[in-house]
Design a protein around this ligand. Sequence first.
Ligand SMILES: Nc1ncnc2c1ncn2[C@@H]1O[C@H](COP(=O)(O)OP(=O)(O)OP(=O)(O)O)[C@@H](O)[C@H]1O
Ligand SMILES: [Mg+2]
Length: 215
Amino acid sequence: MGGATHASSIVPLDNPLMIQEQEELDNQNDQDCLSPRSREVGLLTKVITDCFDRYNKMPKTRIELYKVGKILGKGAFGKVNLGLHRLTRRLVAIKSTDKDQIKEESTKRKMMQEIDILKSIKHTSHIKLLETFQTAKHYLIVMELCPGGDLLNYVRKRRKLTEKNAKYLFKQIMQGIAYMHQIGIVHRDIKLDNILLDGLGKVKIGDFGVSKRVD
Ligand SMILES: Nc1ncnc2c1ncn2[C@@H]1O[C@H](COP(=O)(O)OP(=O)(O)OP(=O)(O)O)[C@@H](O)[C@H]1O
Ligand SMILES: [Mg+2]
């Protein structure tokens, strides 16, 4: 074993073209040995380092950075999917809006308002915005995932809540609403399917589609 020489490393040192070919072959062999996950990370890391080398900044987020999974919910103009960030492996929720469905300026403005409000809200009882980007067909909002789903399904499954549980949830909803009012935002669509639960069963208010800033 110790004396074995890797066939690909035997190259005539005086022929640069052959050396280059051999290096490419070696790289290919290295790639073949990698797991799909390592290859994926390698490719994305290369995209990021290339962008830093050329423009000295992070590349813009693209849908290729995410693996898009099952639908978590549907709404008026789009849907919310489970997403997996391919580099960080973080699970997220991706709300996508079909550009064809929001051609009217007023609808577009509402979506921008939703993003603007999400950006300014920093409270434990609210969904956290992670990033936004667009593809040719969709506007996308990446948010923290609420694996507990929405309260509508939560209540439907249990038929009724114990007083203790209802109090626990209601307190957090009220704290979230009070915070919004303090910073001059009215939600205007508080209902069970817009209130979500994180992995620990804590309340996260979402869907700021019709929210407004007030003075
Ligand atoms: N962060 C999240 N994690 C898990 N599920 C989510 C998340 N955000 C939304 N959902 C699911 O998707 C459903 C729809 O999301 P949301 O209420 O934000 O969109 P919408 O009702 O389409 O909004 P709009 O009023 O702008 O049309 C929710 O009721 C919920 O079931
Ligand atoms: Mg909703």
